[in-house]
Design a protein around this ligand. Structure first.
Ligand code: PDD
Length: 284
């Protein structure tokens, strides 16, 4: 027996799980998703993820498939059924199955699927070593603030990185970094200021990003939310990414150019510690 996954109210073995070939998530990428991390068998910052889920749903006139309480109950049941200690819970809401037509179908219930995945989030080799990043053009659509499953551009970006012998990619538009292929991007200037792009349609408002900006603030670290270029990043003291699955992970080179001393920097490491400390405290 494989993993137990959730499909529209049912818990089934992954080999038995079925979604229609007419599902609009499958045919049109007409679906949104969330990824929540799990530590010690418990969800981290899940309220933030559910809040953003509602925003994504609203922006696309999608109905919520269930109440937040029902979704969270199902997330917890999946963690339990799969005996997941550390990793993630993925959830996806699609506009459901209907004859293929571009207009939204009427009276078609949305579909909800969820699954768990194991992952070493805390003892991550990538966080110890730091990431080598390349820049790629940001070829995604104009509403990156909505967490849709249109992930071909990020997949291509990660493949370009892999083919170049790097770990991941940062995307560039009009001369400025937007964000990472599946994470938010930050630099720390030589005077210790944490810089990350301001929110807008061009990037996803990361739930981890929100916590990082607040934690930095609470610890009297200076944060600027503004544009930055790849050149500014290469000249920075440190750089890092954030997401639900990487928390805070150092970036040690950009397009082959070492950043700082080529090791995870002290401010990055502090922010990672702050984030993990708070996450663990939230599930005591
Ligand atoms: N990705 N930007 C993009 C484009 C993302 O895909 C993600 C998350 C983030 C960070 O958001 P958060 O801190 O809420 O995880 C930023 C998830 C983890 C994924 O696609 O697997």
């Amino acid at each position: 027996m494989g993993r137990i996954v959730y499909v529209n109210g049912e818990y089934v073995d992954e080999a038995e799980a079925k979604i229609s070939v007419f599902d609009r998530g499958f045919l049109f990428a007409d679906a949104v998703y969330e990824v929540s991390s799990v530590l010690n068998g418990q969800l981290i910052d899940n309220n933030g993820h559910l809040t953003r889920l509602h925003r994504s749903l609203n922006e696309l006139s999608l109905d919520a498939p269930a109440s937040d309480a029902e979704i969270e109950t199902a997330q917890k049941a999946l963690i339990e059924k799969n005996n997941l200690k550390e990793g993630l819970v993925y959830l996806q809401v699609s506009r459901g199955a209907a004859d293929r037509a571009f207009h939204f179908p009427e009276n078609t219930p949305t579909s909800l699927v969820m699954f768990t995945q194991e992952l070493n989030v805390i003892n991550s080799p990538a966080a110890e070593k730091g990431l080598a990043i390349i820049t790629v053009p940001d070829i995604r659509w104009g509403r990156r603030d909505i967490k849709t499953v249109q992930l071909l551009a990020p997949s291509l970006a990660k493949m370009a990185a892999k083919n170049a012998g790097a770990d991941d990619a940062w995307m560039e538009e009009n001369g400025y970094i937007t964000e990472g292929s599946s994470n938010n991007a930050y630099i720390i200037t030589q005077d210790g200021t944490i810089v990350t792009r301001h929110l807008g349609n061009e990037i996803l408002a990361g739930i981890t990003r929100k916590a990082i900006v607040r934690l930095a603030d609470e610890n009297n670290m200076k944060v600027e939310e503004r544009l930055f270029t790849a050149d500014e990043a290469k000249a920075a003291a440190e750089a890092f990414i954030s997401s639900a699955t990487t928390f805070v992970t150092a970036v040690v080179s950009l397009d082959g150019q070492q950043i700082g001393d080529g090791k995870p920097g002290p401010i990055t490491q502090k922010l990672r510690e702050f984030y993990i400390e708070e996450a663990l405290a939230s599930i005591q």
